[in-house]
Design a protein around this ligand. Structure first.
Ligand code: SAM
Length: 272
């Protein structure tokens, strides 16, 4: 899909994300994140395959986490300078332990990107922008950070992700216990309203399976993805809650008696 852009309409974000809480979740998860991030790894590898192998001098790994893809990016572009950017100082600390060459680190929020002036050729962002308050504004700010013909590669989650869990929670109470994700249509609009010259969006569905609700919740926590915007965390040690969630999950059980958890993934490739 090639999109020409001219519109100046903007999406206004109404639900402000509690960044302190997001940072806290990821910082808490940082130590063991690599043991729980196979899904992010698989998605990131798909995103890496999409990168055009042109000459690249400067790269930003936006929301670099523990630096797994920072290292992978440098293995593809060994002569380039890399900036590891993340809101969580603990994640950055883990990334620093990799002792990557030609790499600098910045603890900052993707929603504050407009304050910087990086001018790079490539921005890679695996499974991060769903934590942005205002993706339109973030995409605009990323555009400003790219050199002419610069490329942006993003993966993120779409509406429909974690739906089994959302349904199971209805057995417990009427609150929303999962974050709301944008639809593919929302993303197409954001991208087509941006100033990027070329855009390609692709979608895929990935399903993880767990033996128990406890294992599933533990995995989400391990990924750092357990912060739900606007809601107080529930004490998951409550036996009653687990029992109700198990009940809510019954209709989804697979033939092998496992609990599926769906992730709708969107890959976005943009050229300035
Ligand atoms: C799911 S992890 C992905 C990490 C890494 N990209 C990977 O693929 O392994 C999301 C990362 O985004 C970071 N993050 C979340 N919100 C952010 C924000 N607003 N600005 C910058 N980084 C953010 C988190 O601290 C975390 O390291």
């Amino acid at each position: 899909m090639h999109l020409k852009t001219v519109s100046t309409k903007r999406h206004v974000s109404i639900n402000k994300i509690n960044k302190k809480a997001v940072e806290h979740s990821f910082s808490k998860a940082a130590q063991h994140y690599d043991n729980f991030s196979q899904l992010q790894r698989d998605i990131g590898e798909q995103l890496l395959k999409k990168i055009a192998r042109t000459e690249v001098e400067n790269i930003i790994d936006l929301g670099c986490g523990t630096g797994f893809f920072s290292e992978r990016l440098l293995s593809i572009f060994p002569d380039s300078q890399l900036l590891c950017f993340d809101i969580s100082p603990v994640m950055l600390q883990k990334a620093k332990q990799l002792k990557l060459c030609n790499t600098t680190y910045l603890c900052a929020d993707i929603d504050d990107l407009s304050q910087f002036d990086f001018q790079v050729d490539l921005i890679f962002s695996n499974m991060v922008v769903q934590w942005s308050d205002d993706l339109s504004a973030a995409i605009d700010a990323i555009y400003q950070q790219l050199d002419c013909e610069g490329k942006l590669y993003i993966s993120t989650l779409l509406d429909g992700s974690l739906q089994e869990l959302a349904t199971a929670w209805k057995q417990v109470d009427s609150y929303l216990h999962i974050n709301q994700f944008k639809t593919e249509k929302d993303l197409c609009k954001i991208v087509s309203d941006s100033a990027f010259k070329h855009a390609k969006l692709t979608q895929e569905t990935r399903v993880l399976e767990y033996k128990t609700v406890t294992e599933l919740m533990h995995a989400l926590k391990g990924m750092g993805a357990n912060h739900v915007h606007g809601y107080q965390p529930v004490n998951m040690n409550g036996y009653g809650i687990i029992k109700k969630l198990e009940l809510g999950y019954l209709p989804f059980k697979t033939a092998r008696r496992l609990l599926p958890l769906t992730f709708q993934v969107c890959y976005i490739e943009l050229t300035k």
